[in-house]
Design a protein around this ligand. Structure first.
Ligand SMILES: Nc1ncnc2c1ncn2[C@@H]1O[C@H](COP(=O)(O)OP(=O)(O)O)[C@@H](O)[C@H]1O
Ligand SMILES: [Mg+2]
Length: 371
């Protein structure tokens, strides 16, 4: 293993070095599954080491190849590859628009990793001009970002010395230079809903994004919550804003859905995901079906099918199971683990329905047998 795990926990992935490390490093290796007897036979030192590795592992499980992630990746490949046409042809933009905690950032980063690796493998680490090749530029926005801040954030990604002075237009020009010299192909703007976007400057923002989409020879990938409501895709009819309409027409909107249990197909997806997750837990007393049979309804009620809430619970539950020596997940242990507020509110209603057997999260086929 080249880099050690601790350095990775500091990665915000908004700088090129971090994104490169993320893309190029091998994935974490799953710690060995030890039985209780083997755990007890470990020396103090070995036990500390094993538990440290398990803590880091459980805190970073994934990404699981959920149907949502696979579908998003297929769409992204279609669009990004069809944008690799020559010259000045305008390239289609993408908006990944969905509620928080559904895996947008995780899935896009996993895509960025694969895309980076493919491009570097095919084209080499350096451009013909001798610049560092960076197939993906990724910027995460934070509260109330203006357009100048957005340009600056792109320059931050490249570590450009001119990132702190100049007008919005000058910063934008420098950003374009960086994108061109590093031959960026995919520009991902995450949490775009943080862009200051009000009635007054709505057109200005749209123009800015359109400028990026038109001038930068990249696939523009916008990620955020409620982007549709901000007029990004509107045809402009009602307010007659032709500018917005143009952004909309070339932007493909992709969503991400929560897991649902109303249909048999939905229940099967949920189960597959739990089975995959089960494989990745490193607890001495885990057993086949621990998640997919015994905790399926429980996890659905507590997460309402949102992968973010599910992973928070699993992560915290595993930390507690290791710390307390319980070495397995069950209701008692998980009941003492806190989850985010939105999930807790939805949980009570759902649990009532599941208890009365009006609802189940488990498919008819394969119930009570673990694959
Ligand atoms: N495919 C996945 N496999 C494993 N964990 C995932 C996956 N997708 C999301 N998660 C977990 O859910 C949490 C929320 O996901 P995130 O990508 O941040 O959602 P969003 O960007 O839509 O708010 C992440 O911290 C991550 O741990
Ligand atoms: Mg996100």
């Amino acid at each position: 293993m080249s880099t050690t795990a601790p350095s990775r926990s500091n990665l915000a992935l908004s700088r090129k070095e971090d994104l490169k490390t993320f893309a190029q490093d091998p994935r974490r290796r799953q710690p060995d599954a030890l039985t209780r007897a083997q755990l007890e036979a470990l020396s103090d030192e070995a036990s500390v080491e094993h538990n440290l590795r398990r803590r880091e592992w459980h805190a970073n499980i994934g990404p699981i190849k959920t149907p949502q992630l696979i579908e998003l990746h297929e769409d992204l490949w279609d669009i990004v590859d069809s944008n690799l046409q020559d010259g000045d042809k305008a390239k289609g933009a993408i908006a990944v628009d969905a509620f928080p905690g559904l895996g947008k950032t995780t899935s896009v980063l996993a895509f960025a990793r694969e895309f980076h690796r493919r491009e570097i493998a095919e084209q080499g680490e350096f451009t013909a001009q001798g610049h560092e090749r960076l197939p993906v530029c990724r910027v995460g926005l934070t509260g109330n970002t203006g357009m100048k801040d957005l340009n600056r954030a792109i320059l931050e990604f490249f570590g450009h010395p001119g990132r702190n002075r100049g007008t919005t237009a000058q910063l934008g020009q420098r950003a374009l230079d960086c994108v061109l010299s590093c031959e960026v192909r995919l520009l991902a703007l995450d949490d775009l809903h943080f862009l200051k976007w009000n009635q007054r400057n709505g057109i200005e923002v749209s123009n800015h994004l359109k400028w990026i989409a038109n001038e930068f020879p990249v696939t523009l990938l916008m990620i955020g919550v409620g982007l549709a409501g901000k007029g990004l895709f509107s045809e402009g009819g009602s307010r007659g804003e032709a500018v917005l309409a143009q952004t909309g027409r070339r932007t493909t909107r992709l969503g991400m859905r929560p897991f649902t249990i109303e249909s048999e197909a939905g229940r099967r997806e949920w189960r597959q995901m739990l089975l995959a997750l089960e494989q990745r837990l490193v607890l001495a007393d885990k057993y086949p079906g621990m998640l997919a049979d015994d905790l399926s309804d429980y996890f659905f009620a507590r997460s309402t099918g949102h992968i973010g809430s599910l992973m928070t619970l699993i992560n915290r539950g595993c930390q507690r199971a290791v710390r307390t020596g319980t070495e397995r997940l069950d209701r008692d242990l998980l009941d003492s683990v806190k989850n985010d507020e939105a999930s807790e509110a939805a949980r009570r209603e759902l649990e009532a329905a599941l208890e009365k057997r009006r609802l189940t999260s488990r498919p008819r086929s394969g119930r009570s047998k673990a694959a």
